[in-house]
Design a protein around this ligand. Structure first.
Ligand SMILES: [Zn+2]
Length: 296
């Protein structure tokens, strides 16, 4: 009986998928306009959508140098959305304007790539921490998710999406193994960061985030939070503080001055060159920064 119910559920699910797929399938010759929400998602899309005929990819917020927390859509952004067929978001709360797209642009198919990633709880009122791609393992899951949904949306080029996804995942997997090999001996090391961008990264590589000072850019830490962090750094003997290239490192410098710790830059890959290999390069650099910081 249970077996029958399961078979029926699978059938219903397959039918539902079939209908969505059929509805999304784009006629031959028509351009599919894909818009990615921001930098890390755009770089994934450039790889998965590489050389697919008739498919264009745009970064909605190319001018925003960082995460999209509290981001408000500009007139230029809305113009890009008017022509869009597919919107690729990270999800998990990163794009707070998603509801607005659903209402204002009902024809756009929205894919949230983090839907396949186990999420970590967020700080304050945020349900989840949205910075999933900062973990290479999670980035691979998001890329694979993108490959699957694009093949369904554009079945004519399914084989090409599969090949692109496979090729990129091989390179990401090599990066992941290299980072694990390089960081394995530093498992359990305590670090201080200045933005809520690194919990997934820390989880992947076994690092221990002893404190996050500025939750998000714009929220400067108060005197008491700074004093508490200085205390944590001293008591735990933390030698390395990690700020980000996208955000001012004032709090980090203050804590460094007080404790003798050194400030390094870790890059969460929320901005960078318009280059398909940018994520790989940014993570390679992070690996070098961490090895350098921990070996001192
Ligand atoms: Zn962020």
């Amino acid at each position: 009986m249970i077996k029958n119910v399961r078979i029926i559920s699978v059938l219903v699910l397959s039918l539902a998928l079939l209908f969505t797929t059929a509805a999304m399938a784009v006629e031959e010759g028509k351009t599919i306009r894909v818009v990615a929400s921001f930098y890390p998602i755009y770089i994934m899309a450039r790889n998965v959508l590489k050389d697919v005929p008739g498919v264009t990819i745009t970064n909605l917020t190319a001018t925003a140098a960082g995460c999209l927390h509290d981001y408000t859509l500009t007139t230029a952004d809305m113009k890009k959305l008017t022509d869009a067929d597919i919107f690729i978001a990270n999800g998990a709360g990163m794009e707070s304007f998603l509801d607005r797209i659903v209402v204002q642009y009902p024809w756009i198919k929205i894919f949230q790539l983090s839907s396949v990633v186990p999420l970590i709880a967020g700080a304050g009122q945020d349900n989840y921490n949205p910075h999933v791609w900062v973990s290479v393992k999670n980035a691979i899951m998001e890329v694979q998710n993108l490959g699957v949904v694009m093949a369904q949306a554009d079945p004519l080029h399914a084989e090409l999406y599969r090949r692109n996804t496979g090729e990129y995942v091989v390179r990401l997997e090599a990066l992941r193994l290299k980072m694990h090999a390089g960081l394995e001996r530093y498992r359990g090391t305590k670090i201080i960061t200045f933005h809520e961008a690194f919990p997934y990264f820390a989880q992947e590589f076994g690092l221990d985030i002893a404190a996050v000072v500025e939750r998000e850019p714009g929220s400067e830490p108060g005197a008491r939070e700074l004093a508490e962090t200085v205390d944590i750094v001293r008591k735990a003997g933390i030698r390395a503080l990690f700020s980000e290239p996208q955000y001012p490192a004032l709090a980090a410098q203050t804590i460094a001055r007080e404790t003798g710790a050194t400030v390094y830059q870790l890059d969460p890959s929320v901005s960078g060159p318009d280059d398909m290999d940018a994520y790989l390069q940014i993570m390679e650099k992070n690996l070098e920064v961490l090895k350098n910081a921990f070996s001192k």
